[in-house]
Design a protein around this ligand. Sequence first.
Ligand SMILES: C[S@@+](CC[C@H](N)C(=O)[O-])C[C@H]1O[C@@H](n2cnc3c(N)ncnc32)[C@H](O)[C@@H]1O
Length: 374
Amino acid sequence: MENEKLIFSPNDLIEEKYKIYNGDCIDILSKLPKKSVDLIFADPPYNLQLKNELYRPNQTKVDGVNDEWDKFNSNEEYDNFTKEWLSTCREVMKDDATIWVIGSYHNIFRVGKIMMDLGFWILNDVQWYKTNPMPNFRGIRFTNATETIIWAKKSEKQKRYTFNHNVMKQLNGGKQMTSVWQISLCTGNERIKDENGKKAHSTQKPEELLKRVILSSSKEGDLILDPFCGSGTTCAVAKKLNRKAIGIEKELKYVEIAKKRLSQIETKDYIHLQLKEPEKKILQRVSMEELVKSGYFKVGEEIFTKNRKNSAIILENGHIESSLGVGSIHKIGALIKEIENCNGWMFWYYNKNSNIKLIDEKRKKYRIEHARYS
Ligand SMILES: C[S@@+](CC[C@H](N)C(=O)[O-])C[C@H]1O[C@@H](n2cnc3c(N)ncnc32)[C@H](O)[C@@H]1O
């Protein structure tokens, strides 16, 4: 099969929502538009450095990862490769995007250090706890039952990113989800087999894992990218969850498997999986001036701090006058507390009968009595 022509605009994906590119991810990533991707899931080579074949006690060969794509001459070569693909990924990420990188103890610590050195800011290290791990056949150490998935934003300073807290809570029976995910290895009907009935890809990930990744950190219609897409698990789940997807894979045989897998999915058959975060209620903005104009506060009325050590008088324009000067409830509050920002609504009190009440109570009352509908 000949290589696909590259697309250079994410808008092209509106027509053609799913793309699998055959080639080296560093090469293809560098041709994609900068800041165009909402979420990345990367399952890079593990750098297992397997020296010998592994046999079970009954002398049958273990079908582990011994593929050409996992071979590097040294850790240094692996690190340089990791630096390069992570840097190019960072460039195609939108400013509010996040990235997930999965790995085992063989590579995840190297990957994590490189991510931190490149400026990524780690949000979680999710542990995939495998319920059916491969035993340690030689009995010389514990059975390895986990892989780590690092979830990171582009930088410490990045303010916005998607986290669908309520969706994940719903998936977890109403309880907040933790960073330990108990999921079985990809087996049974989900495991893609070749014409000889053997695993088509040695490290096909379970769809449940990708379901959690994509549902938690992206929205419907978002563009998801997998630079090491293998059998196409990320793209397949993205399609089921009504997201757009780009997969990159250097081995043609896997590209073909991924394309076939995608072509067999109808997004509409998976509506039951497409959970959505409830829309946040945007509270009506109310100013102190509005409260004065509507008679909720009187001009000249006194407000004070909880300990009554400081007080101020309300002016006609909603500002207040204190011994420190004239300004907004927030500004004078900040001057009193000697901090940069103060939420005046939660700082000042007024007299109600013989009790004191936060001025925010009046704002709440105003919102109820003057609800604006749009
Ligand atoms: C760990 S596997 C990913 C498996 C995938 N998550 C799945 O569920 O099938 C890594 C894949 O990356 C591919 N790969 C390795 N180096 C690559 C590169 N430089 N560019 C693109 N793909 C690469 C390998 O051929 C392999 O299929």
